[in-house]
Design a protein around this ligand. Structure first.
Ligand SMILES: [Fe+2]
Length: 277
């Protein structure tokens, strides 16, 4: 299902593989993002999308700050950390994706070791969490995924279906500074140099470094969303935007909690946990 003539992930000894890894590493260093166009072959990606389209999704509809967590009390009432944006997506959890083409892609060990090489990580492991390991995020007519940061250093996505209009991926490479040494707090214990002036420019569509990717079905994207604020622009039309999210960790055995999974995936997931499925 992978275009191995262009992306020989099954031939790690080849010159072409080494060049591919170098190109991915350079793109990750420059922009925190590497796009591999046409990584999944057109017929395979169309089959994946057709197989996933009828599955029941959970709607995540929120209004939230780009930072997720509330700002400190010291920030003024009109500070951009307090600004909120709407978000409207529909998700499938990993337990719904058994025996799908997308899961066969996720379970490829060639893919796993290729991604580790491209991200300069000694080894990557698939999540052990049955809900979070592999997800599909759909955005329907009028929906969008608002500006935010991710909680992990990298995310791997494959666009499965391109919408009729809109749905571009936009990101602000390394707009967030480094972690401030010796200061603790925040969602994961770290406090970042938030460069609020730059983010204010970004929200006003005036930040010069903004990148826009108009992805096609089959494109694989490696992305560092921890320091690069990003969003998916609004989707229009009857064709849903559909993306596969492949989760890996640098250590084996990652699992989340029942409470977090129930919140992320809704009542169907809650029932599955209750019934021990
Ligand atoms: Fe994200």
């Amino acid at each position: 299902m992978i275009d191995t003539s262009r992306y020989p992930i099954d031939q790690p000894e080849s010159q072409q593989y080494r060049e591919l890894i170098e190109a991915c590493r350079a793109a990750m260093d420059d922009l925190g993002c590497a796009r591999l166009q046409g990584f999944v072959l057109p017929e395979a990606v169309a089959d994946m999308a057709a197989e996933l389209a009828p599955l029941p999704t959970f709607n995540r509809s929120h209004v939230l700050s780009a930072w997720g967590d509330p700002p400190g009390d010291h920030l003024p009432a009109d500070h951009i950390h307090r600004r909120t944006f709407p978000e409207d997506t529909h998700v499938l959890a990993g337990d719904q994706l058994a025996d799908t083409g997308l899961r066969r892609l996720y379970e490829s060990d060639h893919l796993r070791s290729f991604l580790a090489d491209a991200l300069s990580i000694p080894e990557l492991h698939r999540f052990a969490d049955p809900f979070q390991d592999l997800n599909v995020v759909q955005i329907r007519d009028g929906g969008l995924h608002a500006w935010h940061y991710d909680l992990s250093d990298f995310v791997i996505t494959v666009l499965l279906q391109k919408p009729d209009l809109g749905g571009e991926f936009e990101f602000a490479p390394f707009i967030r500074g480094e972690v401030i040494p010796g200061v603790t707090g925040g969602r994961d214990g770290r406090v970042w140099d938030e460069r609020y002036d730059d983010v204010e420019q970004l929200f006003a569509d005036r930040w010069p470094g903004r990148q826009t990717l108009d992805l096609d079905a089959g494109d694989l994207v490696m992305f560092n969303g921890l320091r690069s604020m990003h969003r998916v622009r609004a989707v229009y039309g009857s064709t849903n935007r559909m993306v596969g999210v492949l989760s890996y960790d640098t250590k084996p055995g990652f699992t989340s909690t029942d409470a977090i999974n129930a919140r992320l995936y809704g009542p169907r997931c809650e029932a599955a946990i209750r019934e021990g499925r």
